[in-house]
Design a binder for this molecule. Sequence first.
Ligand code: GLN
Length: 489
Amino acid sequence: MDQKELLKKTAVEMRKALLEKQVSAVELTEATYKRVNEVEEKIGAFNSFTKEYALETAKEVDKKIAAGEELPKMAGIPLALKDNINLKGYKTTASSKILENFTSPYDATVSKKLRENLVPVIGKANLDEFAMGSSNENSAFNKVHNPYNLNKVPGGSSGGSAASVAALESAVALGSDTGGSIRLPASFCGISGFKPTYGRVSRYGLIAFASSLDQIGPFGRCVEDIVDLYETIAGYDEKDSTSLNMPVGNISKTFKNDVKDLKFGVIKELMAEGVNDDVKKAIEDAVKIYEKLGATVKEVSLPLLKHSIGVYYIIATAEASSNLARFDGVKYGYRTADAKNLMEMYTKTRKEGFGDEVKRRIMLGTYALSSGYYDAYYKKAQQLRRLIKEDFDRIFKEVDVLVSPTCPTTAFDIGSRNEDPLAMYLTDIGTICANLIGAPAISIPAGFDKGGMPIGMQLISQILQEEPLLRAAYNFERETDFNTKFAEL
Ligand code: GLN
């Protein structure tokens, strides 16, 4: 089979090719690495590779196929793992100098599940340092380039995960989403990315950024791949105290049903000024498709949404300042070469090990938590978070799925928002709310702008309502062909 045709397949199609013995899992893995050799220099999607592990896993898959044994859904499918998720025996750097030489002594729960399901992990995908960013420009290592236009950012913070799928360097990927880090890069790179309900997927072994917002989720080229990978990694985990002890359900059985029973709400505030014309038009067209499919659509207003960025940057930085306190040169990774005493060792290690954005967040968070400002900032932010949630709860009594652009613009030029952290923070205006309220949300391809860059549509549903959300996403995908387009590389 032609290499590129093989790699353009969705995971579902790859599985079929494996089961029909058109290709072996080892051949599929090797074809993936060949592609990586061809394009990775231009893309920069990976921090490191896990070839031995991938090939060993693929061999296991081939043995099972030869023996006619039952195969887990994602077995043999090449996957990119965000480099803030631990994989035993391999480096986990979080794209930070402070963890540059850190080797994971254990598997994250999702990595353990990938291992049990015989998913070949191709490598550790690049990200913004400690997942802080929207463009992947905050990596301490390489910049990641958007496969659709190498001068543009892939989105962040899971930019490497998304770019690898879009550049055919993997079929699927895992990322983490604290304020949009799965959905935004999915939208910029023309693929699908899904953040499940907070607590659905274990965070054990994910390097913590903001623990009350972080959630691991899948990237894929079609909604079915997203469903399969989600079902592979979801479920209760006693090692994560915030993990939900509830059945995940069997979405794969029903997500192809129609959407006639669903009520959609278009978020007025996210279609207002500042939204690029092409993006707005794409969402308006999408809404017409849902109407054509027999769903009900109306406009809804969430007046408190405008506070979500402010609330997020207090809560996320406060939690980050606490979570990142552990990187002190004693227990993990980098330690400064010369320090005269313990205090100097701490300060020099952190000064030399963390990048600018991470330092900015630690300072902001420490400030918001300090005794004189706690009530004015942190407490206020928590109160507003609650009110935003109530705003959404009210709307979810009227509609099942909320619709908006994932981002007001398509991918921007590398370097264009670096000097202005606030402009960068505003990139996440559409995505942050889902993390603040813990709700599931997905970004799916919804068109291209005049310059040929992908547009993403975001769908959000009430907590635990993954089924109608993914059903809505699937029905739109079936009616359109945006997800079958590829970047010319
Ligand atoms: N862009 C947001 C931030 O910089 C979200 C990051 C994320 O979801 N990990 O914090």
